[in-house]
Design a protein around this ligand. Structure first.
Ligand SMILES: *Cc1c(COP(=O)(O)O)cnc(C)c1O
Length: 219
């Protein structure tokens, strides 16, 4: 399955984040041996344990919600944090990055789902925040794009609409606030909806169960 998806994504120049949460180190090592280098986790402790045990050229992405008091554990090595949903968290990442003498790449997570439960900043809140220029005073983070999760529904038209709304925000911000080459990632799409996401502008997908098998219903 891995090699099929890898080839499919290469054709559309989409970056694959292999979501390895809850999966054992041996499964990650196996996919690493097939060439995968980017892995995503959603829990800090699990991420740190895996990072210590696995090859050091893996690029680890944090995709789940992050508490400010845990940023310090991942700051020394994390490649990309997808789930930055507040100025406070961005400031904390900036502080910890400074301590590690690094600049940490982040994505801003935007709420696009109509469902009540999904995390992320409301687009309007983001725009207001950006206009305060507070983000530009954080030299040890680099805002590299946006992340979003669509509603969990069979209604493909709804999901496509949500993805399109994020793409529109992404394109708009690139013009108004982030005219930089590094503002380049639009992280959207998971096992069930990654094709729709790519059709609607995604260039980075986070795929877990389709690659590693189902996790049961714990995540
Ligand atoms: C678990 C998770 C994924 C992967 O989900 P699958 O449906 O297994 O592909 C993607 N993004 C986030 C934020 C996740 O927590």
């Amino acid at each position: 399955m891995y090699l099929n998806i890898k080839e499919e994504l290469e054709q559309s120049q989409t970056t694959l984040v292999a979501v390895s949460k809850t999966k054992p180190i041996s499964s990650i090592q196996e996919m690493y041996d097939q060439g995968q280098r980017i892995f995503g986790e959603n829990r800090v402790q699990e991420l740190v344990e895996k990072q210590e045990a696995l090859p050091k050229d893996i690029e680890w992405h944090l995709i789940g919600s992050l508490q400010t008091n845990k940023v310090k554990f991942i700051a020394p090595f994390i490649s990309l944090i997808h789930s930055v949903d507040s100025l406070r968290l961005a400031q904390k990442i900036n502080d910890e990055a400074l301590k590690s003498d690094r600049v940490i790449d982040i994505l801003l997570q935007i709420k696009i789902a109509t469902e009540f439960s999904k995390q992320g900043m409301e687009p309007q809140v983001l725009t207001e925040l950006l206009d305060t220029a507070a983000f530009s005073k954080l030299p040890n983070i680099r805002i590299c794009g946006l992340m979003g999760m669509a509603s969990f529904t069979d209604d493909e038209a709804q999901v496509a609409k949500e993805f399109r709304s994020l793409q529109k925000i992404f394109t708009g911000l690139k013009e108004t606030h982030f005219p930089f080459a590094h503002f380049q990632h639009l992280s959207m799409g998971m096992s069930g909806d990654y094709k729709l996401a790519i059709e609607n502008g995604s260039n980075m997908v986070r795929i877990g169960s389709l690659l590693f098998g189902s996790r049961g219903n714990t995540n």
